[in-house]
Design a protein around this ligand. Structure first.
Ligand code: ATP
Ligand code: MG
Length: 670
């Protein structure tokens, strides 16, 4: 690879200006779990800091003597001679500590059915599942594919695998039979756990037929399929292969002793969403992953497990559902809400009804959801009592300043409903927003504010988590000065880092460790503002080069979303003979434009005013939907195909595969 010397144009242009900043409120800070001393402790002795967090958040069967072994870089070994059991840490020890009656999970089904599990009950369910899996011949190191909706059995299955040392590979319930089969084959899974189906938008939605189809062709490694009865639809049945959960797991013994596993024993494989290429089977191990997950879950969300009710809206098919639904909250002894369905079923206020019903105090969701609620209108949350909320999290993509302010003002300031459709009284101290940057690969938060410490700016993920060495560098790997953009890298190994790509260690090396020497390349662009705070600018693969200026997608999209006409926006660069690339924007409009209103002209002028004429889109196309993965990320490469007149490429990980056909059809019409 030839590396060009850094020039001004190699840096990402720094376009959008944001001057607002919100200091933490003193009352919040006084009771916060984490204070500024975390940064000092980690800076003084990074490995010592992680060692003490490891002993604080986990119970080790055998304590470790070495914190980090980096001699086989880039494969790290953390706490390697320590042993522990993940499920014991998430469950049994809380029961032993007298917390057996605390609710672990409040489950809310889409049709309105509910179930709650105390820590004692959840422990019992996991022990039964562990016994059932073992009786089917699943042993330590075997792989288990999990193809389930957002129901408690998903968490129970994952923890049962962890308990016996089996490696789970959760495949999103929305993925096709082919996607499922390729993941089963890649990991050589022995067992599949699925359900007859789930409910989506009020209708039964099947899952089992995809498993049947995936296993129809021979040559697979699956010996058993366990099926949870959830939506009571008829399913095809293969005797000798299929068994019901209620006949296999529910009937198993509730006595099971957890044996400890090595800290570096593999915990799970999870495939990335494939936004930028072929999905990668990311491998995580046990000790370091749990340490950083639990420590960040405590600090970033200011978790007080005795009183908080935590709700992370992510599906378990995504890394957020692994780290911040299944593992960290339970390791921390928290009470959490799990919701099965869509936010608009049976009405667009469902989430706010859930917040009100369970008194949710910490909400963790994605910007795409927030923009959807903005589009539906503030009158919906305004008519609910959201006063219990005290911390608001965001993850998955940059949160546009516009959406950040709405989150703060409409959700975080809600102090009870208003009357006659007017907003109710506002909170004097709105709930702080914590924007968390991380990846499937990083396993846990890497850049995030501490809510009682950090003054936050709308749209910035702020600062590295204590003990994490994040930097923004130029082409040559030198740190950029404040006020400039570049590449996001991680300088030092971190506890929850991936240990490789399943079955393809060369790809691990190539993808993450070859762009810069001795630094992990995250694939994202970022900038440091004048204060040194970090702003994520989208993927470097999506960076556009317009007349020699490198423009990021995030800032132009944020400028578009800040116009009242626009609900959502995606921009891509399309080849252009004169400028190299031209900015093409796809927008979802919030309202139908008025008679004779030239939306394209209005929005081009708005972008020029917000960030400068260079960023003005050449074309702006109004579309009904954008192609998104199940974690809410826009698949820009598909839009780029469309913008350059090609047939869109692989769309198998889209949440709704029909969206691209619709956009292409609209374009032909237009
Ligand atoms: P693939 O690598 O196959 O394309 P993916 O990257 O979409 O899959 P994830 O690991 O879920 O799969 O996504 C991580 C990416 O999401 C980050 O690299 C970043 O681009 C984006 N991201 C996550 N959180 C934030 C955030 N708070 N701010 C900005 N971007 C974020
Ligand atoms: Mg990625």
């Amino acid at each position: 690879m030839t590396i060009q010397p850094a020039t001004q144009s190699d840096a990402l242009a720094n376009l959008l200006r944001e001057d607002r900043s919100f200091a933490p409120d003193a009352g919040f800070a006084a009771n916060a779990v984490a204070d500024a001393s975390r940064y000092g402790a980690a800076a003084a002795d990074r490995l010592g800091y992680w060692a003490s967090r490891a002993r604080e958040v986990l119970t080790w069967e055998k304590d470790f003597t070495q914190v980090l072994d980096w001699s086989e870089a880039p494969v790290a070994r953390w706490f390697a001679d320590g042993t522990l059991n993940a499920a014991y840490n998430a469950l049994d020890r809380h029961v032993e500590n007298g917390l057996g009656d605390r609710v672990a999970i409040h489950f809310e089904g889409e049709p309105g059915d509910t179930r709650s599990y105390t820590y004692a009950q959840l422990t019992e369910e996991v022990k039964k599942a562990a016994n059932a899996f073992e009786s089917l011949g699943v042993a330590k190191g075997d792989r288990v594919a999990v193809y389930l909706p957002m129901i408690p059995e998903a968490v129970i299955t994952m923890l049962a695998c962890a308990r016996i040392g089996a490696i789970h590979s959760v495949v999103f319930g929305g993925f096709s039979a082919e996607a499922l089969r390729s993941r089963i084959d890649d990991a050589e899974a022995k067992l599949v756990v699925t359900a007859d189906g789930t409910f989506r938008r009020g209708k039964p939605s099947p899952l089992k037929p995809a498993v049947d189809q995936a296993l129809a062709e021979s040559g697979h490694t699956v010996q058993n399929v366990i099926v949870v009865k959830r939506n009571h639809q008829d399913v095809a049945w293969t005797p000798g292969l299929d068994r019901w959960w209620h006949e296999t797991v529910s009937t198993a013994s509730a006595e099971h002793t957890a044996v400890a596993h090595e800290a570096e024993h593999p915990l799970f494989i999870l495939y990335t969403s494939g936004t930028t290429g072929k999905p990668k089977g990311i491998l995580h191990t046990t000790g370091g992953y749990l340490v950083q997950g639990a420590a960040t879950h405590k600090d970033t969300f200011d978790l007080h497990p005795e009183t908080d009710v935590y709700w992370c809206t992510a599906d378990v098919g995504w890394v957020t559902g692994h780290s911040y639904v299944t593992y960290a909250p339970l390791v921390n002894g928290a009470t959490q809400v799990i919701y099965e369905g869509t936010p608009d079923c049976p009405h667009q206020g469902r989430w706010w009804e859930i917040v009100e019903k369970y008194g949710v105090t910490i909400l963790y969701t994605a910007p795409t959801a927030i923009r959807t609620f903005m589009k539906w209108g503030r009158q919906i949350p305004d008519s609910h009592d959201l006063s219990s909320l005290r911390v608001l999290g965001s993850v998955g993509e940059s949160i546009n300043p516009e959406a950040w302010m709405w989150y703060r003002e409409v959700i975080g300031s809600n102090n009870g409903p208003g009357t006659d459709g007017a907003p109710g009284p506002r909170k004097e101290h709105p709930a702080p927003i914590v924007d968390t940057w991380w990846q499937t690969e990083t396993g846990a938060h890497m850049i995030a504010p501490l809510p009682g410490v950090t003054a936050t700016k709308p749209g910035s993920a702020q600062v590295p988590v204590p003990g994490i060495g994040v930097d923004v560098v130029d082409e040559m790997g030198a740190p950029v000065p404040n006020g400039q953009g570049g590449f996001l890298v991680i300088r030092e190994p971190w506890p929850a880092m991936l240990r490789g790509i399943w079955g393809d260690m060369d790809r691990y090396q190539d993808t993450y460790w070859s762009r810069f020497e001795h630094m992990y390349f995250a694939g994202d662009g970022a900038k440091r503002d004048e204060d040194g705070d970090i702003w994520l600018l989208g993927r470097v693969d999506d960076v556009m080069n317009v007349s020699g200026h490198r423009l990021s997608t995030t800032e132009i999209e944020s400028a578009l979303v800040s116009h009242p006409l626009v609900a959502e926006a995606a921009v891509v660069g399309a080849k252009d003979e004169t400028t190299g690339e031209a900015v093409v924007a796809f927008v979802i409009l919030r309202t139908t434009p008025g008679e004779g209103e030239d939306v394209e002209q209005v929005l081009r002028a708005h972008v020029a005013k917000e960030i400068g004429p260079i960023a003005k889109p050449r074309h702006i196309l109004a579309v009904p939907e954008l192609p998104k993965t199940r974690s809410g990320k826009i698949m820009r490469r598909l839009l780029k195909d469309v913008a350059e007149g090609r047939d869109p490429g692989d769309a198998t990980t889209l949440a709704d595969p029909t969206v691209m056909a619709q956009i292409a059809a609209d374009l032909r019409k237009g």
